[in-house]
Design a protein around this ligand. Structure first.
Ligand code: GLY
Length: 548
């Protein structure tokens, strides 16, 4: 109880600078949960697990135990691991499961309700991370989340407006209406939201361990819910789920080491491919020239993403070719420094696999310098909108990250490739790109963002703002962003100066304004002093919390 009161007493903060540990995430209560674990003697992984589980309570749009994600860990003892706890297609999933008999896509089938859900990976991911790297007992890591769900917490402005915005879709599902709404009405910001069923589920997981979710009463509740509401995940799927331990993908950029996400993320490959292209240009250029060549790099990396990537356990992904320096040099040769290419001329000529824009990223560094970059998701905001009856958590709609109908536009107007077609036990292609940067072997940046395809470019730009433009940590996160994903052939831009926009138009780019791109909750370490600066992206109103 005291822990929660202490948590509630601490105000949120956009930035924090410290010699100790730091947690940066979307919601202040979750940042404080992570920081409280650091204060107890936990390391960065302990804090990351506590933060993820607390976000599952206080950030229902994306924080989750019903979804999945990626955790990139770099320990000071030299261990570097990428934990792939992405959702998996159930055994009964099939290539055409979302198609009507006439071959058309059934409206909403891959996004709404339990048939849209993949087998959740988050609880297994957190269990595996704690088991491999953690110092504190599992029960301590789950406790802040249990307390928040049991006692209730003041709903943040962002979450209250998201619940209200999605109320029609969410209240279609009885269990979601009961757990997340008050007599069918939305909670307002600051009102106390209690999540008793979620609290019970978290208690069970706390007592019996992560396997409870996959083999215990929670697994029963999921299987029963699926059977009675048209889903296909069963006990066998849950019992068979396991975290895949992968080697981080590593590239270099002007002497820095960029450790990032391998497939089934497309993000790490794309980021390294783009950095390799950009490395051949001067570090400093005019803003319009810099945005132009970066856009040309984005256009090419995203074209490759659309056609060449998928779950590496099912399809061959030519990773080493795509991240080779000489491959990037070929692209540089064809980029005109003052003229935009047309995406239709860039092969492979297919559309980009599509995602929704709601996911959540947090970064943690502890006093010793261990680092965690974690991005996880329900896919769409509030996932498939359905809550497991009796268990109180929302289920993902990650199946929509597959190509529901390869070669045809999905409900978002996006076309996805054959390598990302649905198959039993396969994991859908992702854009999530948790990334850790080292300079002369020392930790320098912990990066990541939500935002579907924009994740990749947000990570790239925050990195370049710091590495090439020498911006301060806060400037690097706040600077206006831009995004090109090959198709549609348009450059979306946050607020840029008019003269830069005019130059970009003159180069032939089709511009589309966007209000906001990504939420980069990052930690920056000054390699000389060891000083850590956590920056919560003000595009969300997140929070950075220090351990002292
Ligand atoms: N669901 C968003 C992603 O994995 O990229």
């Amino acid at each position: 109880m005291l822990a929660v009161l202490a948590i509630l007493a601490i105000a949120d903060s956009e930035t924090v600078t410290t010699r100790n540990g730091v947690v940066v995430c979307d919601e202040p209560l979750a940042a404080q949960a992570g920081a409280s674990i650091l204060r107890k003697g936990g390391n960065a992984v302990d804090a990351a697990v506590a933060t993820a589980l607390a976000l599952a309570v206080v950030e229902p749009t994306a924080g989750n135990i019903g979804g999945g994600g990626f955790m990139l860990v770099r320990m000071t003892d030299g261990r570097k691991v990428f934990l792939d706890y992405r959702e998996e297609a159930p055994r009964k999933a099939s290539r055409n499961m979302y198609l009507a008999p006439d071959g058309s896509l059934r409206n909403g089938a891959s996004t709404l309700g339990p048939l849209a859900a993949g087998v959740p990976g988050t609880v297994a991911g957190m269990g595996e991370a704690s088991h491999r790297f953690g110092k504190l007992p599992w029960r301590d890591l789950v406790e802040p989340a249990v307390e928040l769900a049991e006692r209730g917490f003041p709903l943040s402005r962002s979450q209250a407006s998201a619940l209200e915005h999605d109320a029609d879709r969410l209240t279609k599902f009885d269990a979601t209406r009961q757990e997340y709404f008050k007599d069918g009405k939305s909670y307002v910001a600051g009102e106390t939201l209690r999540l008793p069923q979620l609290a019970e589920t978290l208690r069970r997981i706390q007592k019996e361990g992560a396997r409870e979710f996959y083999q215990g009463h929670t697994a029963d509740l999921i299987a029963i819910h699926m059977r009675s509401h048209g889903g296909i995940i069963d006990r066998t799927d849950l019992a068979a789920y396991h975290v895949r331990i992968r080697k981080p993908l590593v590239g270099t950029y002007r002497g820095r080491e960029v450790m990032t996400s391998p497939p089934p993320s497309s993000g790490g490959v794309a980021v390294i491919e783009m950095l390799n292209i950009l490395e051949g240009y001067p570090r400093k250029m005019s803003p319009a020239n810099r945005i132009h060549v970066t856009t040309e790099a984005m256009r090419r990396a995203f074209a490759d993403r659309s056609e060449l990537m998928g779950d590496p356990d099912f399809v061959r992904v030519p990773v080493s070719k795509l991240i080779a320096k000489n491959y990037a040099a070929k692209f540089r040769n064809e980029i005109d420094p003052q003229k935009a290419s047309r995406s239709v001329d860039i092969k492979p000529g297919r559309w980009l696999p599509g995602e929704h824009r709601e996911t959540t990223h947090f970064s943690v560094v502890d006093a010793a310098g261990n680092a965690v970059a974690n991005t996880y998701t329900l896919n769409g905001s509030f996932g498939c909108a359905d809550t497991v009856e009796g268990a109180g958590f929302l289920l993902n709609n990650e199946m929509d990250d597959f190509a529901a109908k390869p070669g045809s536009p999905n409900m978002f107007g996006l076309i996805q490739g054959e390598r990302n077609a649905i198959a039993p036990n396969k994991r859908p292609l992702s854009s999530m790109t948790p990334t850790i940067v080292l300079s002369r072997g020392k930790l320098e940046m912990v990066l990541g963002s939500p935002g579907g395809p924009t994740i990749i470019n947000t990570v790239l730009e925050v990195f370049l703002n710091r590495a090439d433009l020498g911006m301060s940590p806060v400037e690097a996160v706040r600077a206006p962003r831009f995004h090109h994903q090959w198709m549609p052939d348009e450059l979306t831009t946050e607020l840029l100066p008019n003269d830069v926009l005019d130059d970009l138009r003159r180069f032939g780019h089709r511009l589309a304004p966007t209000r906001s791109q990504g939420i980069a909750n990052c930690v920056f370490v000054d390699p000389k002093t060891g000083q850590r600066t956590g920056v919560a992206d003000r595009r969300y109103r997140g929070s950075a919390a220090a351990s002292e």
